[in-house]
Design a protein around this ligand. Sequence first.
Ligand SMILES: *Cc1c(COP(=O)(O)O)cnc(C)c1O
Length: 346
Amino acid sequence: MTRPTYREIAPYRADPRPCAIDLSDNTNLWGAAPSATRVLRSAGNASLARYPEPYSETLKDALARYAGVSSSMIVTGCGSDDVLDSTIRACAEPGDAVAMVDPTFVMIPQLARANGLHVVRIPVGADADVDVERLTAANAAITYVCSPNNPTGRSVPRSDIQTIVERARGVVIVDEAYVEFQGYSAVDLVSGNARVVVARTMSKAFGLAGARVGYAIANPELIVEIEKARGPFKVASHAADAATAALDTDVDWVRARVGDAIESRERVASALREIGLAPLASNSNFVFVPIANSAAIASAMRTRDVAVRPFAGVPTFGDALRITIGPWELMEPALAALREAIAECA
Ligand SMILES: *Cc1c(COP(=O)(O)O)cnc(C)c1O
């Protein structure tokens, strides 16, 4: 009855138990952009009876101003997961390949398989760096690079992204979900290259994960094809209004919270080094901490009401934890839970 290729795809599962300190999903622990909340509070019910704009034209204008491109270069979606999914579908046929670094964003293999593509994994190097040679030699229909990379937190140097774009055969997706923490972008590569898609989200620095708004920036002809794969009416009206308000009003708020996150992150990193761990230098709002037995440690932390994301058997690094950075008042008890968990699991 169902597609055989779907049987191997596991549904996404998150721990349903409520948790006091949730450092598992890299969302903004300072909260949502304030004007988005104001818009949602004051929303009347008249607009609920109507369809939203088919391709979120008003939101596109706000995103275009924010990203410094024209509206015709923007596609929106129900989270950037939706935009990534649509891009894969628009740019590759079943049987084609997606080449990616290992480890990278966990949704990519899922989305690839759901669209009938197979995945070529190129393990990261000693410094969690991307092997540009091997990645482009895969000759894939789609090459996916995430900068800063989830879960390692490491930026891909601009020169590497440029080389990947020059050498890759097919479409190159640059995932900039955490671009606000990085300080540079690959967006300027889009105008010079019809095969580059820069994917972004309102879920992380803007704090709007619950609104489900993502977008991508690409050449206008490619945008039209991605929108065909996406379909109309994918961003709910209130989500689009909230995101538009945040983009128009809260960019300074976002910048300030990014500064807070970076300050807290460096404090957390030195606390981790003090207990003998070696977190990777991060360019994002989370840290990647190699640690043996990460699943047991994470579950010992969970019983202390702190959620972090364990990874097992990561190339080069083995087991590791990914810890989202929030205000220091949350990180202090989280670090205490980690120390206790390490003692318990020893
Ligand atoms: C969180 C995340 C996304 C997805 O965000 P949406 O909530 O679907 O917009 C995309 N890419 C990476 C690397 C992420 O970490």
